[in-house]
Design a protein around this ligand. Structure first.
Ligand code: HDE
Length: 714
């Protein structure tokens, strides 16, 4: 195949990821991908929902050719009635989401912790369904807003469904479920105007959190890079609450669940996040979908922090307090398994929208603790499905159905799918020999038994004194970040609070919350907002850990650059020889390479051969890519007069992306007022700089450029 043919065959899906993906991509034509996969597409008659064949699907039944429509038209009525009810209430929180299927596989040696079969048998691949979400925005809101991400996993185990309904932050905004609806009302769009969509930068949110110091820890996570992830493949997940694992001998350990992406952690820069919200509101869901379609299967390692029961009270915070982490210096994370997402949904509504998670879905070998937030969640999730999915039978919807058998005496109700047979729908019964019968608890495969925790005390509405330190851990978080991450936190508080109309709310947040977290943080934000921070000598509580390595992104570098996206800006007279080397490199590294031209008009290379572009620069902005390559060409100086191309380069530079100039053309930066630096590579050919380029992409951003980039207009 000559070079030009090769380039011609490039399309959006053909340059993809790793050996697997390369094979897959080579055999998958774009046209095939566009083919429908519905199973009734041939030889099936169009019918009503009652199975009646439809003779005319174009015209309603009329009284005369120009007469009124007849109420009798059962086909029209059925069709419209169904359509009228196609939308169901969206989730009150976490409405915007995207899901995918995959599997979980346990590592060896977990028996000492739990008897749960899916966690102890490393030969089983347990099917899972994961749904990622934002919290604040409605179902149609943008993906890249600043928000905590939900990360819910349904494990379809042989002992029943286990739902790990977590977030990408390890702490929550309130300590007690009775405050949840107050928090959500404050964070949601304000009730009088329904503004803002998908944002916390408004008065009611900051009013609430500045009055509720227990929120300080979750808020600082939300003000950090954690809340603007680059994609959903590179976020960590946390179970937040302390749970129990129970082994076959009935011994309990406290655990906190963590899951960490093999891809490493990475974030957008705030300017990118805001622009993407307009230019590609589906940025995260598109990325996840494309990665899975292209065989770049995202993977996480599931781990637990394990605390012996007798150590429960040995920390300077309460294990039951969901606003606290256990620093990994005190209790490291023990890996217990891994999971992979390898299949996209066939139908968004049926799967992603109808999936119903509930922290109360657990299996023998796992149990709850008395965390007052968790206890309230156990009620809320099933309750919310009653209005969202229309009744108590939502477990019969295919995406929610256990894969193991389930039998009981629950009957009827809205949307009952099962035709139950027989007379006895109660227990005990003698008519059916008492079936279905109870299963006593056992070391394995037994019935569920709650951990017999001893409980005593008075009935009261009171929070334990051990829940009262609200500032040590946000301080720990801030102190543990790298300098550039700390700066992003300062910028985020500044941006958000600048949008708050009421001065007293801004002041309260800076003077009473931030000053208690860290005076330096408060002063920086205060200086930006014109708020004085008094010279306080705060009585900082001394804690066992003052800095924790595993809180910064720097602790989670990627192992490779699989699934990253690199753009090549092609143009007329481009020296296309270099494209071959780039293409081979992209396949080897599992990188998506997109050739973008100034327009969709055919591009002719230096040998007058046509190169097919994957898209045009205006429609596929640099914010959607990880790095940029400018190949050489005799027309380059003319191309660089174009506003779109200039902006392309300017933005890529501002957003700290690696840029490679072939033909040693880094002087193209000069007219834009930009200076070459360690993130701008030059070379005659691509091959000699390929390894350096890879390393820059691995580092994700050229952080050393950040100070200079701040002076570039957005
Ligand atoms: Fe949720 N939460 N939540 N939440 N939550 C819901 O359930 C709730 C909390 C989380 O992709 C709702 O089915 C209460 C913590 C995720 O479908 C609702 C409290 C954490 C998702 C609900 C909390 C979460 C939800 C809305 C405090 C992290 C999306 C629709 C007592 C550990 C799941 C639904 C999906 C969804 C209630 C606090 C995570 C209303 C009452 C803490 C990831 O039931």
């Amino acid at each position: 195949m000559n070079m030009t043919d090769n380039v011609k065959s490039t399309n959006k899906t053909s340059e993809m990821a790793g050996a697997d993906a390369a094979n897959k991509a080579n055999t998958t034509q774009k046209t095939e991908q566009l083919d429908s996969v519905r199973d009734d597409a041939t030889n099936e008659a169009l019918t009503t929902n009652q199975g009646v064949k439809i003779a005319d699907n174009q015209n309603s039944l009329r009284a005369g050719i120009r007469g009124s429509t007849l109420l009798e038209d059962f086909i029209l009525r059925e069709k419209i009635t169904h359509f009228d009810h196609e939308r169901i209430p969206e989730r009150i929180v976490h409405a915007r989401g995207v899901g995918a299927h995959g599997y979980f596989q346990a590592y060896e040696g977990n028996e000492r912790l739990t008897k749960a079969g899916f966690l102890t048998d490393p030969t089983i691949q347990t099917p899972i369904f994961v749904r990622f979400s934002t919290v604040q925005g409605p179902r149609g809101s943008a993906d890249t807003v600043r928000d905590i991400r939900g990360f819910a996993i349904k494990f379809y185990t042989q002992e029943g469904n286990f739902d790990l309904v977590g977030n990408n932050a390890p702490v929550f905004f309130v300590q007690d479920g009775i405050k949840f609806s107050d928090f959500v009302h404050a964070v949601k769009p304000e009730p009088d105007t329904e503004i803002p969509t998908g944002a916390t930068a408004h008065d009611t949110f900051w009013d609430f959190v500045s009055l509720v110091p227990e929120s300080a820890h979750a808020v600082i996570w939300a003000m950090s890079d954690r809340a603007i992830p680059r994609n959903l493949r590179s976020i960590q997940g946390f179970g937040v609450h302390t749970f129990r694992l129970i082994n076959a001998e009935g011994k309990s350990h406290f655990v906190k669940f963590h899951w960490t992406p093999k891809q490493g952690l990475s974030a957008l820069v705030w300017d990118e996040a805001q622009k993407l919200a307009g230019k590609d509101p589906d940025f995260h869901r598109r990325d996840l979908y494309e990665a899975i379609e292209n065989g770049v299967y995202p993977e996480w390692e599931l781990g637990v922090q394990i605390v012996e029961e007798e150590d429960e009270m040995n920390f300077d915070f309460d294990l039951l307090d969901p606003t606290k982490i256990i620093p990994e210096e005190l209790v490291p994370v023990t890996p217990i398994g891994r999971f992979v997402l390898n299949r996209n949904v066939d139908n968004f509504f049926a799967e992603t929208e109808q999936v119903a998670f509930c922290p109360g879905h657990i299996v023998p070998g796992i149990d709850f603790t008395n965390d007052p937030l968790l206890q309230a969640r156990l009620f809320s999730y099933t309750d919310t499905q009653l209005s969202r999915l229309g009744g108590p039978n939502f477990h019969q919807i295919p995406i929610n159905k256990p894969v193991c058998p389930f039998h009981n005496n629950q009957r009827d109700g809205i949307h009952q799918h099962t035709i139950h047979k027989g007379q006895a729908s109660y227990q005990p019964n003698s008519i059916d020999n008492d079936w279905p019968a109870e299963t006593p608890p056992a070391a394995s495969n037994g019935g569920f038994e709650s951990y017999p925790e001893q409980i005593s005390g008075h009935k009261l509405r009171q929070r334990s004194e051990t829940f009262s330190d609200h500032f040590s851990q946000p301080r720990l978080y801030y102190k543990s970040l790298a300098p550039h991450e700390q700066k992003h936190v300062v910028d985020a508080y500044t941006f958000e609070l600048s949008k708050v109309q009421r001065k007293h709310i801004r002041e309260r947040q800076v003077q009473q919350i931030l000053a208690n977290i860290d005076l330096d943080l408060a002063r920086q934000v205060g200086a930006n907002l014109g708020i004085e921070v008094p010279d306080l000598t705060l009585d900082y509580k001394k804690t066992a850990v003052e800095k924790s390595a595993k809180l910064s992104f720097l602790a989670f570098p990627p192992q490779d650059i699989q699934g990253r996206k690199v753009v090549v800006l092609i143009h007329n007279l481009v020296k296309s020889d270099a494209l071959e080397a780039m293409k081979n490199w992209a396949i080897k590294e599992g990188v998506t390479l997109h050739l973008l031209a100034p327009s969709l008009a055919p591009v002719k290379d230096h040998q007058d051969s046509i190169i097919t572009a994957d898209g045009m620069q205006m429609a596929e902005p640099s914010i959607a890519y990880d790095a940029v390559i400018i190949p050489d060409g005799d027309n380059l100086n003319v191309v660089m007069q174009d506003g779109v191309t200039r902006h392309y380069l300017l933005e890529a530079y501002k957003h700290l992306k690696p840029i490679a100039f072939l033909g040693n053309k880094s002087d193209l930066l000069e007219p834009l007022g930009l200076v070459p630096d360690e993130g701008t590579l030059v070379g005659d050919e691509f091959q000699p700089i390929a390894e350096k380029f890879k390393n820059l992409i691995m580092a994700h951003r050229v952080w050393s450029r950040e100070q200079i980039a701040a002076h570039i207009p957005a």
